[in-house]
Design a protein around this ligand. Structure first.
Ligand code: GTP
Ligand code: MG
Length: 195
């Protein structure tokens, strides 16, 4: 897909603030610091469009990005960030849940996990949630540049097992810093749009 124009639209916490139209949306979910915003930037060839940070908890709202006015990427708040209060965690959880549950525009959710780590309890819950809302359960393992080929193969098995992924569920490995996996993700997104 050749992208001509991508632009930030709005940061929302409640449905009243979501864009009010029918553009299809692809959402990116995953724990804080996993690389959601970095993946969005890599896919769009835009270095600073989605704000990235080495400080976890950067994205706390549902952020909408319009792409060529034909579809949208949605950067969800990162979960699992230890240094926030219980109340704050509950609020984020609600923000994510409300979006996933109520958004008619939402075509698919990509769940990101860090290839280096065994999925956390929250990753498992998020994945189960995504599936319970009727989505396919596509997983993107990030930061593949941090591991060797053998380690990647090993961790893919761990991720599949821990998330209890279906045998035919898609798992793509990427590196936003090395810019690998980009075309695999685009192929997948194109297939979703065409379905
Ligand atoms: P929140 O907004 O806090 O939920 O985080 P996020 O999931 O959007 O993560 P973000 O894209 O901001 O990336 C977090 C940190 O990881 C940044 O320092 C990125 O540079 C780094 N990072 C992201 N993707 C990769 C990757 O593929 N490889 C490496 N080595 N670092 C990455
Ligand atoms: Mg972010």
């Amino acid at each position: 897909m050749k992208i001509k124009k991508s632009a930030f639209v709005i940061s929302a916490v409640s449905p009243a603030q979501y864009p009010q139209d029918a553009l299809p949306e692809i959402a990116f979910a995953g724990r804080s610091n996993v690389g959601k915003s970095s993946l969005i930037n890599m896919l769009l060839n835009r270095r600073g469009l989605a704000k990235t940070s080495s400080t976890p908890g950067k994205t706390q709202t549902v952020n909408f990005y319009d792409i060529d006015e034909i579809f949208r990427f949605v950067d969800l708040p990162g979960y699992g960030f230890a240094k926030v209060s219980k109340a704050q965690k509950a609020t984020w959880g609600k923000v994510i849940e409300t979006y996933l549950k109520s958004r008619e525009n939402l075509l698919e959710v990509l769940q990101l996990v860090d290839i280096r780590h065994k999925p956390s309890q929250e990753d498992k819950q998020m994945y189960a949630w995504i599936k319970s809302f009727g989505f396919n359960g596509i997983v993107v393992a990030t930061k593949a540049d941090k591991l060797s080929r053998n380690q990647i193969a090993q961790q893919k098995k761990v991720i599949r097992k821990e998330l209890d992924m279906a045998p035919d569920a898609i798992l793509i490995c990427i590196s936003s810093s090395e810019r690998t996996g980009k075309y695999e993700v685009w192929d997948l997104l194109n297939a979703i749009f065409e379905a």
